[in-house]
Write a protein that binds this ligand. Structure first.
Ligand code: NAP
Length: 166
């Protein structure tokens, strides 16, 4: 099953200057616990945004990139190649972890979207599609508001009611 995991601001913004909008340790912990030992799929810019530009530890990292060459993760140079990798793992739990371009490309294939919603405007230049106004998605659950670093946020889950099959 393919899932996406994302942290958005109140405008569904996800990033700026190839970085995240907020520092939310509780959300980072949730992200880590959810994706550990799983396959994570990302675009080349998201890989560049990680500390040292390195893949995430204790996860299989698959990166969509036309330009990067490295042997510490799986680089896939085309969307078709990436879809083949996902097809080969259709019985596993795979997480799409960003960024804007890769979320947009893979959203139709994602069954579940884990969205951390932050009650703030992060001044984003990169965005996630607005699932509240998307006809294919429904809000399945919404957690209680929590506070972290002076920001109010909640964990929510959306379901794709029209999953695209390979
Ligand atoms: N809030 C969150 O939860 C969250 C999560 C992840 C990322 N982000 C943010 O999202 C932003 C980055 O998003 P983004 O849209 O710029 O980048 P991205 O989706 O991570 O990566 C884009 C890159 O993917 C590769 N690519 C895209 N289409 C391709 C194709 N058809 N074939 C081959 N390669 C292709 C290219 O890589 P190359 O340039 O390497 O060739 C392209 O530059 C950052 O601000 C980041 O912090 C936020």
């Amino acid at each position: 099953m393919i899932k996406a995991i994302v942290c958005v601001d109140k405008n569904w913004g996800i990033g700026r200057d190839n970085d995240l909008l907020f520092c939310l340790p509780t959300d980072m912990k949730f992200f880590r616990q959810t994706t550990l030992q799983k396959t994570v799929v990302m675009g080349g810019n998201t890989l560049r945004s990680f500390p040292g530009g390195n893949p995430l530890k204790n996860r299989e990292n698959i990166v969509l990139s036309r330009t990067q060459v490295r042997d510490d993760c799986k680089i896939v140079p085309t969307l078709d190649g990436l879809l083949e990798e996902l097809k080969a793992r259709k019985n596993e739990e795979v997480f799409v972890i960003g960024g804007e371009q890769v979320y947009k490309m893979l959203l139709p294939y994602c069954e579940v979207i884990l969205v951390t919603k932050v009650e703030a405007d992060g001044g984003a230049t990169a965005f996630f599609p607005n699932l509240d106004s998307h006809p294919d998605f429904s809000l399945e659950c919404s957690g209680k508001p929590q506070e972290d670093n002076g920001l109010s946020f909640r964990f929510t889950t959306y379901k794709n009611n029209r999953v695209k099959r390979f």
